[in-house]
Ligand binder design. Structure first.
Ligand code: ZN
Length: 163
């Protein structure tokens, strides 16, 4: 059983999600759904950079994948290939949608899905543990792919990544 203190913490956390926004994260205080996706990707990459320095490789890999997915979602909404309220629940489906929208070819989309699958089976079930090499390669790929998707959009100036 959990104690009263933990129950109170849960209730307090719930209340913060129910009330109207008070102090919004700077940089994410945008209304446009495509910008929300874009800026979340920027932040995930910034977080990944810090975590890479700390040697937290598994989280770097996870945040890189999420950054990639947010960047694709940004472009799908931006290009009118996805409604902002639509939820694409499968990773593979999201990568496919990117290919269908012409962001990359089918083969690239399949390779993305394959990479995601490999990471999930290997790092999650400890058949292999995340390595520095994987984390660095994933972070590099996510950063460059993000930049590519942003720079080929009409609003590249909205990216808040540093450097
Ligand atoms: Zn960015």
């Amino acid at each position: 059983m959990v104690n009263e203190g933990i129950r109170d913490d849960l209730a307090a956390a719930e209340r913060t999600f129910e009330q109207s926004p008070v102090t919004i994260e700077k940089g994410l205080d945008v209304d446009d759904p495509e910008l929300v996706q874009l800026r979340r990707a920027c932040r995930l990459l910034a977080a990944g950079s810090h975590l890479l320095e700390r040697g937290y490789y598994t989280v770097v890999i996870e945040s890189s994948f999420v950054a990639i997915e947010r960047s694709i979602q940004f472009r799908l909404i931006h290009d009118g290939a996805m409604a902002p309220e639509e939820i694409i629940s499968s990773h593979r489906r999201l990568y496919q949608r990117g290919a269908e929208a012409g962001l990359y070819d089918d083969r690239f989309g399949e390779e993305l899905a394959e990479l995601w699958n490999q990471n999930r089976t290997k790092t999650y079930y400890r058949l292999g543990i995340a390595t520095e090499e994987q984390a660095k390669a994933m972070y590099q790929f996510a950063t460059n792919f993000h930049q590519h998707l942003i720079s080929t959009s009409r609003i590249k100036y909205e990216c808040i990544c540093e450097g």
